[in-house]
Write a protein that binds this ligand. Sequence first.
Ligand SMILES: C[S@@+](CC[C@H](N)C(=O)[O-])C[C@H]1O[C@@H](n2cnc3c(N)ncnc32)[C@H](O)[C@@H]1O
Length: 421
Amino acid sequence: MKTVSNINAIKFDSIPVDPFWNTGNEKESKMHRIHAYPAKFPAFITTKALEFVRQDNIPIGWIADIFCGCGTVAFEAKRNKINFWGCDVNPVATMIARAKSRQYKSKKLKIYYDLIIEEFKRLENERFSYEKAYDRLKYWYSKQQFEELARLKKAIMESIPARSNYRLFFVCAFSNILKPTSRWLTKSIKPQIDPEKIPADVLSAFKEQCLFMMAANDESDAKGDSQTKIITANFLNESIEHPTVDIIITSPPYVTSYEYADLHQLSILWLSYTDDYRKLRDGSIGSLYHTYNFDKELKRLNSTGTKIVFRLLNKDKAKARSVAKYFLDMQQVAQVCRNMLSDRGIALFVVGNTEYKGVRIENARHLTESLLNSGFTKVSVTKRKITGKILTPYRDELGRFSTDKNSRKVYGEEFILIGRK
Ligand SMILES: C[S@@+](CC[C@H](N)C(=O)[O-])C[C@H]1O[C@@H](n2cnc3c(N)ncnc32)[C@H](O)[C@@H]1O
């Protein structure tokens, strides 16, 4: 692990992979697979980070994940009986994270499960108006699929009181079957219809999903009374409140890789988070859709950010604007992270580089410089291998493999950056 206090004193390319961060020592809990989520990171990173921090004898009262996604760190914090504070701007992310971090009694889950199935059958003759549904939902579902999902949603809401923790468990199950039961192209990271697809049957998909989640809950060892606080918010919103934390473990969003609001539009609409999912792009770091004064803000970029944005300007002005906004946001993230840490606190980021039209988007270097500029005294940098990465490193606009070197490049390695306050 290389420790730096000056950005010019480090060559990111020559940093070797540290096998310590490559794999975990235990099997990942099933609970981490209860809902699909893009760019979820491996659960063992949390355990490794705790091991690493404990070598320094730093007392750990609170862990935070400022981009908590589907709650990987939240669940691992609970397993380790450490208080957790998490934040994500995407309400689908925080719904999954909360569902994962609660404790459920197996018997009670089974009782509610049976009640929902019974209620679903009882509602067979009820009418659910497809005609009045959001156009966006009609786009993804046939009349039959839509009506069955509406019936299932009603069955869940009527079987479990709103104030019960158990409702969230089944809402999460419902959310995870919304893509398989629709025309959404399976595994696509861009919203796209698959004209060949035969959508899964609603009731069978729900049953299978609940049985998997119930088995995951039975197996879960995340017990105990540590606190978990998860908020749905833009981390850069000044009015959010958080505790002082001892460790931040997080993986930031990438620039223009995923539009989380678009990707989760089915859950967002079905669960009524908003009637226009596009509104949720606002505040999402790395989104393509931001309006700001590019010429004025450019001056605030650090030296790594400036170099990359100017290289990109020659290739693709719109992309350069998006990358500049991303870098500016990440500079602010570094500052806010420093402010929320306790005196000897540590912030750990898992971050990878990408490449666009031959320009390397060096996220790791940019974030290291941002951390140093924000007053982190030292930043340690190391590399890990991403397991399961496929041979073709390029992705097209739909996230599919591509041999076109003008496409987005994804690397098989990523960086671990550890900033000390
Ligand atoms: C790489 S993912 C994190 C995945 C997470 N480690 C997991 O295992 O699920 C990045 C997350 O950042 C969130 N995000 C983007 N902009 C944000 C913002 N301004 N405030 C909070 N979260 C944000 C996205 O919604 C996404 O869930």
